[in-house]
Every structure is written in structure tokens, then in C-alpha cells.
Design a binder for this molecule. Structure first.
Ligand code: ADP
Ligand code: MG
Length: 140
């Protein structure tokens, strides 16, 4: 067991429905701590750069557009095995397959408007955190 940090985005479908507090409640109820947080409208450069790993997938253009369609909340979460722990709290990418009680099972509208992003590995977590936060903006 180790204390880790992971990177989270509350996506535009959630800010549009005014449920960012409900998502944060799920995060905090799981034991993870929100140690940095800010609300942003992503630029095209940020959205396309952030999802560059998916640039050859058929859904890439729509994903970038969706992520720019309204405000997002970018966050750093901290806790025991935070990367895997948050993936569990999020639930599967497709909400139809997400376990009950997870953020996506309760709040996601579709496989694309699926309410949250979470890092998938230690290397991506550290890159994604640096993409949006300076070290002195993260207060554990
Ligand atoms: P996750 O967000 O669970 O890590 P991926 O990294 O595979 O999932 O995909 C990134 C995001 O791209 C997803 O959260 C979702 O918003 C979108 N996405 C993934 N697969 C599809 C798909 N088949 N159709 C539309 N959008 C998708
Ligand atoms: Mg992913």
C-alpha cells in the first residue's frame, strides 16, 4: 500500500447538470482527498493535447469537441493506491457496464458523456497532473 496521487477531470456533462458536488461527494466518501482543484474551459490545444494518446481512434474529434463544450473541473486526488482506487470509484468507461454505486453508473449519460476522467497508470498520472498544475498548487 502506498499514498499516490492521481489526476481527475469532472467533464462538461457534469458541470452542465450542476452535479460537480455530487461527484466530489463520491470521491470523498471513497476516502480519496481532493488536494487540488480548478474550473476551466479547455482550449483546443489543451483538449487535443491531453487526449493525444487517442488521436487515431474514431471518436477522437468528437471527444476533443465534447471536452471543450463547457467548463471542466481538473483535480488532483490523493490516497492509498489512488490511481486504481479512483478507477474503481469511476466505474467502467461505458456506463452500461459500470458497477452500481460508481460515479459513471449513477451519473454518466453515455460512453462519451461519461462524467469523469481518471489516470490509468503512475506515469500518466504524473504527466497529467503536470499538464494542469504547478507543484505549489497541490496542497495535501
Ligand atoms: P477511460 O476514460 O475510462 O480511461 P478511455 O481512455 O478508453 O476511457 O477513453 C477516453 C474517453 O474517450 C472516454 O472516457 C470517453 O469519454 C471517450 N470514449 C472512449 N471510448 C469511446 C467510444 N467507443 N465512443 C465514444 N467515446 C468514447
Ligand atoms: Mg483513459
Amino acid at each position: 500500500m502506498s499514498i499516490q496521487r492521481t489526476f481527475s477531470i469532472i467533464k462538461p456533462d457534469a458541470t452542465a447538470r450542476n452535479i460537480t458536488g455530487k461527484v466530489n461527494a463520491k470521491i470523498e466518501e471513497s476516502g480519496l482527498r481532493i488536494v487540488a482543484q480548478k474550473r476551466l474551459l479547455l482550449t483546443e490545444e489543451q483538449a487535443s493535447g491531453f487526449y493525444a494518446v487517442h488521436k487515431d481512434r474514431p471518436f477522437y474529434t468528437d471527444l476533443v469537441k465534447f471536452m471543450m463544450s463547457g467548463p471542466v473541473i481538473v483535480q488532483v486526488l490523493e490516497g492509498e493506491n489512488a490511481i486504481v482506487a479512483y478507477r474503481k470509484v469511476m466505474g467502467a468507461t461505458n456506463p452500461a457496464e459500470a458497477d452500481s454505486g460508481t460515479i459513471r453508473a449513477e451519473f454518466a449519460q453515455s460512453i462519451d458523456a461519461n462524467t469523469v476522467h481518471g489516470s490509468d497508470a503512475p506515469e500518466t498520472a504524473s504527466e497529467e497532473i503536470k499538464f494542469f498544475f504547478a507543484e505549489n498548487e497541490i496542497v495535501g
